[in-house]
Ligand binder design. Structure first.
Ligand code: FAD
Length: 483
């Protein structure tokens, strides 16, 4: 016996669960299917973000930062700590508890919003039309393979099946020694030597966690520049800080054979000068990007179009080639970020309900939660030059900010870029304490198409880190007050 809904959402990550809730808020009868299992085999809603991505990584970053502070910075405040030790198994257990709170929170939200949840793998069976569907001319039949098998029908389907880690050719993930994000977030002991392939967001965050806890961390990066997508000045400042902390970062590397033995991993690599090198480590984390996940969706049964990377092909509004089928989040083009997935989920639910959902790709913020944090929105100085845009730049160092001095964290700066003739803010780039929170003001400003003078004229509380954003805005007009 099939069950009919207005909307079926496949995937319960940030793209899918948010789409399901928004569609239900708009009066739709919604089902969401997700296959993620917790260690007991039960549902674990929230996708990569909640289970093996954003949330667990931030939990471990927080614990390891506390340890780092107690080890190196408490003494500056007159606090002496004797016999400091780290119980990494407990740290991981705390991380698991934080994940579970989030999993359960989404289940609760589904109940509150009357979203029907099905635990299992969803796949397309066929397109249906006419008598098979009540109240709609055409729709889709979806099979759910879980503890029990279910057949669902709906006129509208939102695919939000996310992404999976890309493996290094010849070195598949065993999650014991060669680790993806899943294994990296489940380590229960500090490896003496840790290798990382890839110095992207995930690599830097994972490298920071285990470096702070005492691992000797080496990052091998194929690109010749560090954090190529980040504003150059900001990336240089961050690189300086990471190297000072003890992260070894090798750029322009070609990775060769990876040999996995019982007790460690050996990586053959060539440096930027073409010299052969070898890295012997206890564990190797590979973070060289992620691939869209359409495994098990049976896309071919309905002719759902995928591109050469396996991503679902969508237009600017997340419509696929099939009427009534939409796709959002990591499984489609665009940045692989949880908040981008959420925005697309909301916009699609609103379009299904006849509203005009909208995602502004120009104001999606990016954050790297290392210490110092890196955050930005809009275009970099390199991009503005490449686009031939005349701009003015203003920077303000945290060294000159009273709150940063009181915190004991004066690394980095705020950099604001504004149009040379209209003064509209075109980009803001931050490296330093709480950059992840500071960027929100800049996103709001850009969304409202503010000028740098608007920010310069707004009263910011003293003493706060946010005064640095105002000072960077003043610097655009060469009139900083505190530097
Ligand atoms: P996902 O979160 O991957 O969810 C997809 C869900 O669909 C999964 O639960 C999967 O099991 C389910 N599924 C797949 N196929 C089927 C099927 N056929 N049937 C049923 N269910 C199915 N982003 C940020 O914005 N900030 C961060 O700090 C951040 N940190 C990260 C840290 C790490 C280590 C990693 C790996 C990623 C991080 N990301 C971060 C990226 C973020 O996790 C993703 O962009 C986000 O999870 C994408 O959401 P999604 O809904 O598209 O897919």
């Amino acid at each position: 016996m099939s069950k009919q809904f207005d909307v079926i959402v496949i995937g319960g990550g940030p793209g899918g669960y948010i789409a399901a809730i928004r569609a239900a808020q708009l009066g739709k009868n919604v089902a969401c299917v997700d296959e993620w299992k917790n260690s007991a085999g039960g549902p674990a809603l929230g996708g990569t973000c909640t289970n093996t991505g954003c949330i667990p990584s931030k939990a471990l970053l927080q614990s390891s930062e506390h340890f780092d502070h107690a080890s190196h910075h408490f003494a500056d405040h007159g606090i002496a700590v004797k016999g400091l030790s780290m119980d990494s198994a407990k740290m991981v257990a705390r991380k698991d508890a934080v994940v579970k709170q989030n999993n359960d929170g989404i289940l609760y939200l589904f109940k509150k919003n009357k979203v029907s949840f099905f635990h299992g793998r969803a796949s397309f069976v066929k397109a249906v039309e006419g008598a098979a569907l009540t109240g709609a001319a055409q729709g889709y039949e979806i099979k759910v393979a879980g503890a029990a098998e279910e057949t669902l029908l709906a006129q509208q389907v939102i695919v939000a099946t996310g992404s999976t880690a890309r493996a290094l050719p010849g070195a598949p993930f065993d999650e014991t020694q060669v680790l993806s994000n899943e294994g990296a977030l489940a380590l229960t002991a500090v490896p003496k030597k840790l290798g990382l392939i890839g110095s992207g967001v995930i690599g830097l965050e994972m490298g920071s966690v285990w470096r702070r806890l005492g691992a000797e961390v080496t990052i091998l990066e194929g690109l010749p520049t560090f954090l190529g997508a980040v504003d150059e000045q900001i990336a240089k400042e961050a690189h300086k800080a990471f190297v000072k902390q003890g992260l070894k970062i090798e750029l322009g590397v070609t990775v060769g054979e990876v040999k996995v033995a019982k007790k460690g991993v050996s990586v053959a690599w060539t440096n930027a000068k073409g010299e052969a090198q070898k890295l012997d480590v206890d564990k190797l984390i590979v973070s060289i990007g992620r691939v869209p996940n359409t495994t098990g969706l049976n896309a071919q049964a309905v002719g759902l179009q995928l591109d050469e990377r396996g991503a679902i092909v969508v237009d600017g509004d997340c419509r696929t080639n099939l009427p009534g089928v939409w796709a959002v989040g990591d499984v489609v083009r665009g940045p692989m970020l949880a908040h981008k997935a959420e925005e697309e989920g909301v916009a699609v639910a609103e379009r299904i309900a006849g509203q005009h959902g909208h995602v502004n790709f120009n104001t999606i913020p990016w954050v790297i939660y290392t210490s110092p944090e890196i955050a930005w929105v809009g275009r970099t100085e390199q991009q503005l030059k490449a686009d031939g845009v005349a701009y003015k730049a203003g920077t303000f160092p945290f060294l000159a900010n009273g709150r940063a001095r009181a915190l004991g964290d004066t690394t980095g700066m705020v950099k604001m870029l504004a149009d040379a003739s209209t003064d509209e803010i075109l980009g803001v780039h931050i490296v330093g304490p709480m950059a992840s929170e500071l960027i929100a003001e800049c996103v709001v400003a850009m969304e409202f198409r503010a000028s740098s003078e608007d920010i310069a004229r707004i009263c910011h509380a003293h003493p706060t880190l946010s005064e640095s954003t105002r000072e960077a805005a003043l610097a655009v007009d060469k009139r900083t007050l505190n530097f």
